[in-house]
Unconditional design. Structure first.
Length: 250
């Protein structure tokens, strides 16, 4: 095959960096939003009802503070980790060859061979190049023009990394066979439900209506959110496979 070199330069902003992080860590971010929202809703309801724990502490106030703190503390931690990239605009150059993916920024450069990546998929406005379940890098979709995007997708297919437009048996059933929304929901929601119940019952000492009711409400909310998110992703992938010809040309 002929040598392929794709080079693009773009400018990142703090908002773009945060969107890229959320695209690369979509599952964890959705879980945090779901947990926080569920706690805020239940806490607000308990405040209205005037419920208290055995020690006389307003149960709703505790849940509202916990829900807000759970999200804000994690968000603060993320922003501290990303601090070097949130200071202002940064010019970044990405170069892709047949063997590696290189980035060059104002203060650092990285290089990874394609064999270090597990998969590449589109999440919102970013291509997410995943190294592991916890580690990924984001490339803005807008950073590539049509010709570069076609070459990029062709390169991914040749490397066996494309999880968005790779040739697969047609039809929604095929996509569902690879990613099952219910299975994803079980894996992502139930562990958090158990942890939430244990925390409320054993750590906080909440009475049964609260310690059981909050996890149940969270499960319903998070389960619905997760299943819908997976369905939306499957629909997007199916539409992309239909729109992009098999030879990778636009």
């Amino acid at each position: 095959m002929a040598d392929t070199t794709i080079t693009t330069t773009f400018v990142t902003t703090p908002a773009m960096v945060l969107r890229s992080y959320r695209a690369c860590s979509r599952r964890g971010y959705v879980q945090r939003v779901a947990i926080s929202t569920g706690l805020l809703l239940v806490g607000g309801g308990l405040c209205v009802a005037g419920a208290t724990v055995p020690d006389g502490v307003p149960a709703g106030t505790v849940l509202v503070l916990w829900g807000a703190g759970f999200f804000l503390l994690r968000e603060r931690s993320v922003r501290r980790q990303l601090a070097p990239y949130l200071a202002g605009e940064r010019k970044v150059t990405v170069t892709m060859t047949d063997t590696e993916y290189r980035t060059q920024g104002p203060d650092r450069s990285t290089s990874r061979t394609w064999t270090t990546f597990r998969s590449v998929s589109r999440v919102g406005d970013f291509w997410v190049l995943r190294v592991s379940p916890q580690l990924a890098t984001g490339l803005p979709v807008a950073a590539l023009d049509e010709q570069q995007t076609a070459a990029f997708l062709t390169l991914l297919r040749e490397k066996g990394l494309d999880r968005t437009t790779s040739p697969r048996p047609a039809g929604p059933a095929s996509a569902a066979g690879r990613v099952r929304p219910v299975r994803v929901a079980v894996v992502t929601v139930l562990p958090s439900t158990v942890a939430l119940f244990v925390f409320l019952r054993l750590v906080m000492g909440f009475v049964w209506p609260v310690s059981l009711g909050v996890p149940v409400l969270y499960t319903v909310f998070a389960w619905t959110w997760t299943v819908r998110s997976v369905h939306r992703r499957l629909d997007t992938e199916l539409a992309a496979r239909t729109a992009v010809p098999g030879d990778g040309t636009a």
